[in-house]
Design a protein around this ligand. Structure first.
Ligand SMILES: [Zn+2]
Length: 137
């Protein structure tokens, strides 16, 4: 799954081969991650987005910071368990070498669990956050 912004619209591509046997929770985790990028793009505007995009091309560290912060925002929004399910699913589909490479850019399952505990929300708070997102659109 991959998200990108163009000046006036967003693109979200879902690869059916990568997610062919994924369950709903695993897919929701992927969508939450990608849609959180869109929210960040909206918040910071296209100039910062372009700067960051070019930064990623030259700096793995910048990219890792951006992706990891995005994962934390997903957890704060109440989609931590879905993100965890997705990450475990995705990591089960790739080689160990890729796993280590990707693991440096995204939160790993143990880290996701830690952040879920840190930002533990009760069910009512999660519902309120999810409804707030829908109402704003
Ligand atoms: Zn991402």
């Amino acid at each position: 799954m991959w998200a990108s912004k163009r000046p006036f619209y967003y693109i979200l591509i879902v690869d059916p081969i990568k997610y062919g046997d994924a369950n709903d929770r695993q897919i929701i985790g992927a969508l939450a991650h990608e849609l959180m990028h869109f929210e960040t793009y909206e918040k910071y505007g296209w100039k910062r987005y372009l700067l960051e995009y070019f930064g990623f091309l030259f700096s793995k560290r910048l990219m890792a910071k951006y992706e990891r912060e995005n994962d934390i925002d997903v957890i704060k929004r109440g989609y931590g368990k879905e993100l965890l399910a997705n990450r475990i699913y995705r990591f089960s589909k790739i080689s160990k070498k890729e796993h280590q490479k990707i693991g440096k850019c995204y939160l790993m399952p143990p880290e996701i669990k830690q952040y879920i505990k840190k930002y533990k929300l009760n069910l009512r708070e999660v519902e309120a956050l999810r409804n707030r997102r829908c109402l704003r659109q």
